[in-house]
Ligand binder design. Structure first.
Ligand code: FAM
Length: 435
């Protein structure tokens, strides 16, 4: 069977041709109007990006290359000992648009393991971080430092032809994804354990190896959870902060390490990826205030108190989604199967029954339903990975799959440097009030 790079090499010229034709046929057509409100409102609703790997429907949620999460769970290859999809297969799907064979996925697992070592100076850098430095900051600086060995940056310096950019970008993307378990695992072991990092096993899958580095691979269910987790957090179309940042920074021809570390800094924000940490913190605080098994009434009051004190309810709401996030539902399915009687899961379920009603009554948020972050923490807690400040690192490992897949295509398709136009408020007034 073909390797991912071989298949991609066949697809690149086809896709280049397709885009040329799309631009010729439809290039002058409008994707919609841009209003002054949109310019002030975080560009919400402006259709101004092309993103091949996934499209987010407000009601149905994400589809990866046209496949829903449930379809991916069914169709993507599984490990011999598992039922959840292997994220290696999702990467193949995101890059090619095709469902890979089990053999092809196994080859990717082996490739990731083979490329997984990180330079000793990056190990030293991580080891020298104080435990009080947030894991996401350590993650970001380690990924920046991996830039040292960027194939793309080197090729650019030696004056490679731009038609070949994507080949080097591909190598960097594969290197970066492969090295993330060693980076993320080292941070975890340093901050929360004794600093000893076990080796990657060359014949195991990516999620198993990540679980092993973290110290949880003896639990098969946890490995399964990671397979699901890494699959569903990978990509959420192009406009979210981490995806758009990767695209934006990469468009300056900064290499993938620089682009992805910038994305991690965005993912570390509480309105984006840090929300999974915030959800657990908020639920623990709730338990402290109203007890382990509170009545619906007291939960409702706690939610109202959060809103009245001018804070967001973490894990609820979304800029695009208008229904329950299918990534939430997939994790809920997992919990119903593996931990139906867990008290924390019961609290999360109780919140699911109560929060949307409160948010609707509050009347501000456009989407009262839970997003992916409302559920991920409780699953990790159950298996003993209780350090919630670490959770966004796992989100980051997964997000690499989506954003780097697209970055390969950005260069293969010759997308230009991003540079939208901005106006000042004075100019807006001049334009519409004629002053
Ligand atoms: N709790 C309280 N208020 C909320 C809210 C929530 N969960 N979600 C939205 N609002 C407020 C929002 O702050 C805004 O208030 P103002 O009018 O006072 O400015 C108003 O409702 C309208 O906002 P919106 O249009 O519904 O949402 P946005 O598109 O501006 O923002 C989110 C989207 C996700 C940033 C927002 O819903 C939020 O802050 N949620 C909580 C944090 C969270 O869970 N983030 C994770 C998102 C996730 F899926 C991810 O990136 N991983």
């Amino acid at each position: 069977p073909k390797t991912l790079k071989e298949r991609l090499s066949e697809l690149v010229p086809e896709k280049q041709e397709e885009i040329k034709n799309i631009k010729k046929e439809h290039g002058a057509k409008s994707l919609g109007n841009v209003t002054v409100d949109m310019a002030y409102g975080g560009m919400r609703g402006i259709k101004g990006l092309i993103w091949e790997g996934s499209v987010l429907d407000p009601d149905e949620g994400i589809r990866f290359r046209g496949y829903t999460i449930n379809e991916c769970r069914e169709l993507l290859p599984k490990a011999d000992d598992g039922e959840e999809p292997l994220p290696e297969g999702l990467l193949w799907l995101l890059i090619t648009g095709e469902i890979p064979s089990k053999e092809q996925v196994q080859a990717l697992s082996a490739e990731f393991a083979a490329r997984s070592a990180i330079p000793s100076f990056v190990e030293d850098l991580i080891d020298r971080c104080p435990n009080t430095l947030h894991p996401m900051s350590q993650f970001s600086l380690a990924v920046t430092a991996l830039q040292h060995d960027s194939n793309f940056a080197k090729a650019y310096q030696t004056g490679v032809n731009k038609n070949e950019y994507w080949l080097y970008l591909y190598e960097d993307a594969m290197d970066l994804i492969s090295k993330l378990p060693n980076v993320a695992g080292r941070i975890y072991r340093n901050v929360y354990k004794d600093g000893k990092v076990p080796p990657i096993e060359p014949d195991r899958d990516y999620s198993y190896n990540l679980a092993k580095i973290l110290g949880y691979s003896d639990n098969k269910e946890f490995v399964e959870l990671l397979r699901l987790y890494l699959t569903i957090h990978s990509d959420h179309e192009g406009g979210n902060v981490s995806a758009h940042t990767t695209r934006l920074v990469g468009s300056a021809l900064s290499d993938p390490f620089l682009a992805f570390s910038a994305a991690l800094n965005g993912l570390a924000g509480p309105l984006h990826g840090l929300a999974n940490q915030e959800v657990v913190r908020w639920i623990f605080h709730m338990k402290d205030v109203i007890g382990e098994s509170p009545s619906d009434e007291t939960v409702k009051e706690y939610v109202w108190n959060t809103l009245k004190s001018g804070k967001v309810v973490p894990g609820y709401g979304h800029a695009v989604l208008r229904k329950t996030d299918p990534r939430y539902t997939a994790q809920r399915d997992f919990a119903l199967k593996h931990l139906p009687n867990d008290p924390l899961f019961k609290l999360v379920s109780q919140l699911y029954n109560i929060v949307p009603g409160v948010l609707l009554e509050h009347g501000r948020t456009k989407n009262p339903w839970p997003n992916v972050d409302a559920h991920s923490g409780v699953l990790l807690q159950y298996y003993g990975l209780v350090e919630q400040n670490y959770y966004t690192v796992l989100f980051g490992v997964s997000r690499s799959l989506g954003v780097l897949s697209q970055l390969i295509w950005d260069r293969a398709l010759g997308f230009p440097i991003e540079r939208p136009k901005s106006y000042s408020s004075a100019l807006i007034r001049k334009m519409f009030e004629g002053q």
